[in-house]
Design a protein around this ligand. Structure first.
Ligand code: ACM
Ligand code: ZN
Length: 503
């Protein structure tokens, strides 16, 4: 790629930037769009690519009176059409030839529907946005201590007792003492997705070549499950239930009965080859003295309660495998033993991803340092309350998912996560997502050598206008502080979040 070509391709209004653009004269004004599927020329051009990239590869040849699309699959054709749609929306379709394919197989976004329930309309709207950005994995965090959001016929109290709570936003609920309620209480807020609604979301996403990966959290972040079904909680040595506990009891068979039943219902709804089983931040406090946990430890010859987490995850992994699926879990699951084909999602920085890939696991990189969009995107004093440190647009754009020493072939991809403790409603969620999701999409699709922030920033500003016209509520890049604009980051020491509060 010559310097001149690089400059010209940066002028193409497209996020993510394509792999190659050979400019022509003028721009498309009007005329026919033709499609050639599985043609020899594109097959040859894409021959050396990994399967996932070949599947999504496309070429678009643009002249003033004609657009010609070549693709090898309907997915490639869809990606090509989204490129044309985006260029048309931002003003022009310049002549030339675009040859394009993704860098990573997994280009994801996680939405947290437990902390704030946002509904089908919101999810479909974000799927539309994802499609335009060529993202292909929607990870739905469907349950957590703040509420269970997925209909279960076998354990109906999960929704009946915990999908509504006293406290519209997460912190009001926390301040009020974590009170759950029921739908008929006018003071309560919340909701859940019916199976029909989830199937509708899955189908809507599939039409846009987006896979929906459901997450069922365990064994931590599960206060609501124990509230609805106390038999999954640990007990004290004198037989009292550990009411309000954060973790499920890995000693009790009732826990496995619930998880198996719910996971079967989940796998009936979601055809995804991957099921996310959480696995993060188990407190393990109640496990030390619980008779069922102690008995399990003795039976298995364990010396540390942490081994119970590995026991639970491996048992659940077998349930998922028996349905022909694979698990993804947060990076903690690496520490207590999982089968080789478990995918590890790195969130506590990049260390989990590095360790997992060294151990031969495939990884999804979503380090909180760069990919947590609940973190501040600008200075505390100008932004609504948020979490963690400063993750500005420029900083997140600079993220390189393959750290030194990692085997790129084991990096399935990159994912942005939108935890919603600080995000009570859909508008605020969009404010935190855009334009940072543009940056994440480019990191996930475009070769690292083709990324360049100045050009990206210009394209992002144009695309934000389109986003506003489409009714999204993005952050206003024009108000960005110098610090955010500079892309500087105040790294916290490993594991200790800090808050950036001024220039
Ligand atoms: C996480 O942020 N606890 C995965
Ligand atoms: Zn227990």
């Amino acid at each position: 790629m010559t310097f001149l070509l690089l400059i010209l391709s940066a002028m193409l209004n497209l996020i993510p930037a394509p792999v190659e653009y050979t400019p022509g004269e003028g721009e498309f004004t009007h005329g026919r769009t033709t499609v050639r599927m599985n043609g020899r020329a594109l097959r040859k051009a894409a021959a050396g690519l990994p399967d996932f990239a070949r599947k999504e590869a496309y070429r678009i040849s643009i002249s003033p009176r004609r657009i010609r699309i070549e693709a090898l699959t309907p997915e490639g054709l869809f990606r090509a059409r989204k490129s044309i749609e985006q260029m048309q929306a931002t003003g022009s379709v310049p002549c030339g030839v675009i040859f394009d394919y993704p860098r990573f197989a997994h280009r994801g976004l996680m939405l947290d529907e437990s902390r704030s329930f946002k509904g089908v309309g919101f999810i479909k709207k974000q799927i539309d946005a994802m499609a335009l950005l060529k993202l292909n994995v929607l990870h739905l965090h469907l349950d957590d201590s703040a509420g269970w959001r997925i209909e279960s016929e076998t354990y109906p109290d999960l929704t009946a007792k915990t999908a509504w709570r006293i406290g519209w936003d997460y912190f009001a609920w926390e301040r009020g003492g974590y009170k759950f309620s029921t739908k008929d209480n006018p003071e309560a807020s919340g909701g859940y997705y019916s199976k029909a609604e989830l199937r509708e979301i899955v189908a809507y996403a599939a039409e846009r070549f987006i896979t929906v990966i459901p997450e069922i959290e365990m064994p931590g972040h599960s206060m609501e499950v124990g509230y609805a079904y106390p038999e999954v909680l640990c007990t004290t040595p004198d037989g009292r239930r550990c009411t309000g506990a954060w973790d499920l009891c890995p000693g009790s068979e009732a826990t496995y009965a619930l998880l198996e039943s719910v996971l079967n219902e989940v796998m009936d709804i979601f055809p995804s080859p991957f099921i996310h089983i959480g696995g993060d931040e188990a407190g393990m406090k109640t496990w030390h003295d619980c008779p069922a946990c102690r008995a399990r430890m003795e039976e298995e010859g364990y010396t540390d309660v942490k081994q119970l987490q590995g026991y639970l995850i491996r048992r659940v992994e077998k349930m998922v495998r028996s349905r022909g699926r694979r698990i993804i879990g947060w990076d903690e699951i690496l520490e207590t033993g999982v089968p080789q084909d478990a995918v590890i999602q790195s969130w506590r920085g990049i260390t989990g991803g590095i360790n997992a890939s060294k151990a031969g696991h495939e990884v999804v990189m979503s380090p909180n340092s760069h990919c947590y969009f609940d973190y501040y995107q600008d200075l505390i004093r100008k932004e609504p309350p948020a979490c963690g440190q400063l993750v500005s647009l420029r900083f997140t754009y600079g993220y390189e998912p393959v750290a030194p020493g990692m085997d790129e072939s084991l990096v399935r991809g990159v994912q942005a996560n939108l935890w919603c403790e600080f995000i009570p409603n859909p508008e605020h969620a969009e404010y935190m997502l855009y334009p940072r999701l543009f940056a994440s999409a480019e990191t996930a699709w475009t070769p690292a050598a083709r990324k360049e922030y100045k050009g990206f920033r210009k394209r992002a500003r144009k695309l934000l206008d389109v986003w506003r016209e489409k009714g999204y509520h993005p952050f206003d890049m024009d108000t960005e502080s110098e610090l955010a604009r500079s892309g500087m980051q105040r790294f916290p020491p490993e594991g200790v979040p800090i808050i950036v509060d001024d220039e």
